[in-house]
Design a protein around this ligand. Structure first.
Ligand code: ADP
Ligand code: MG
Length: 402
């Protein structure tokens, strides 16, 4: 929205009277949205913001990447209005990485309000977080373990919480946080608004909603928001043996500085990462054999551009929202066509163009047809000669790609 600055004042005004204004958000938030370049509410935002502003409980599900954070952050900022003495909103998130993403969104949208946010998560010292807690915060974003710790030590005061959010509720449950969450909820006033956001709603989530919510509005917007049209897709026919050489060639040829490589197994992820490192490229891996903490550290570094290549399995990369990812490479194709869409949807985010390469070995050719059927389109197919790629690999000198 940078070009808005050159428009006459009244036109700028009209733009601020956007769909977000119709949802009941006021000027200072609209200005912050405008500055963030966010003009249109996503489907889940459209469906929930007004409801949330009325104070009703809400159980909402929508695809990863569909803007659920802003769906609760915006009305919370609107409701809290201005700073007060005690924290009034609490967001529980399953991992440090996700908590930090939530904090980032709050900070972006609350910049004109003076509301303060603190983020509490484990695996790091207390000093900084406790110092921040002492300064009259309005919004606490936290992973359950660390928050409970802070509450039990009387560092965090939840007695004035008016709005509670369980974000990524399905993952909170997957990670076994329910006992801690119960204890946390017992410290929060009963008279409150409770919001639950999740990628999926299953029986567990419904039962928690019954237990902790009063007559919630249920909104499901599970429509895939991945904009496949903004992603250029290439399928490349290869043999298993030429994949490493082709991977290297693509990364170098396209000067990729932020690429996500998918493999089907953990072992292959380690293998591909090691081959890249052999060639002098800084690569890291994330999969279920790597500890949660380590994964989050790696993701944070990747997000900050500390290294160019991340090799991942489907589970580890689900829901990853890193707008700078310019390329996705499927070292192996996924078994399920829907996973293909989720994988390539890690690139081409937030209106940027993205590119996805998929290596197709002979025995995986049938998967391409399924994918094309799902997408209803005919991505370009390249035929790569194994010998040519292998030759290039051998003659390559050791270089760093950064
Ligand atoms: P979810 O929690 O549903 O997985 P996020 O809340 O993390 O998704 O949002 C994904 C990305 O979309 C974030 O970078 C966020 O800033 C951006 N975003 C949120 N709302 C909008 C919008 N209305 N228009 C454009 N981008 C948006
Ligand atoms: Mg989210």
């Amino acid at each position: 929205m940078r070009q808005l600055a050159c428009l006459p004042a009244n036109e700028k005004e009209i733009n601020i009277l956007s769909k977000f204004a119709e949802l009941g958000l006021s000027k200072s938030i609209l200005a912050a949205l405008d500055e963030a370049g966010i003009t249109e509410p996503t489907e889940i935002q459209q469906a929930t913001i007004e409801q949330t502003l009325t104070g009703r409980d809400l159980l909402a599900s929508a695809q990863t990447g569909s803007g659920k954070t802003a769906a609760f952050a915006l009305p919370i900022i609107e409701c809290l209005e201005e700073p007060a003495k005690k924290p009034r909103a609490l967001v529980l998130a399953p991992t440090r990485e996700l908590a930090l993403q939530v904090e980032e969104e709050f900070k972006r949208f609350a910049k004109n309000s003076g509301l303060k946010t603190v983020t509490l998560y484990g695996g790091t010292g207390y000093d900084k977080q406790l110092n921040a807690l002492r300064k009259n915060v309005d919004i606490i974003v936290a992973t359950p373990g660390r928050l409970l710790d802070c509450v039990e030590r009387k560092y965090a005061d939840l007695s004035a919480i008016e709005i509670l959010v369980l974000d990524e509720a399905d993952r909170l449950l997957d990670l076994g946080f329910m006992p801690q969450i119960r204890k946390i909820i017992s410290k929060i006033p009963k008279e409150r608004q409770t919001l639950m956001f999740s990628a999926t709603i299953d029986n567990r989530i419904q039962s928690i909603a019954r237990e902790y919510m009063i007559n919630p509005t249920v909104v499901k917007a599970n429509i895939d928001r991945i904009d496949v049209a903004s992603i250029e897709q290439r399928f490349m026919h290869v043999t298993e043996f030429s994949k490493d050489a082709l991977l290297l060639k693509l990364i170098e040829e396209y000067k990729m500085t932020s690429v996500l490589v998918f493999t089907r197994t953990k072992r292959k992820a380690t293998w591909a990462k090691d081959r890249l490192r052999d060639a002098g490229i800084i690569a890291e891996e994330i999969h279920s054999d790597i500890s949660q903490n380590q994964r989050e550290r790696t993701l944070l570094r990747y997000r900050n551009g500390a290294f160019p290549v991340l090799v991942a399995t489907d589970v580890a990369a689900r829901g990853l929202d890193i707008p700078t990812i310019s390329h996705v490479i499927n070292y192996d194709l996924p078994e399920v066509p829907e996973d293909y869409v989720h994988r390539i949807g890690r690139t081409g985010r937030a209106g940027r163009a993205g590119m996805a390469f998929s290596f197709v070995s002979e025995e995986q050719r049938f998967l391409v047809r399924d994918i094309q059927k799902l997408l209803g389109q005919q991505p370009e197919e390249d035929v790569v000669k194994k010998s040519a790629a292998a030759r290039r690999f051998k003659s390559r000198s050791r270089r760093r790609v950064m």
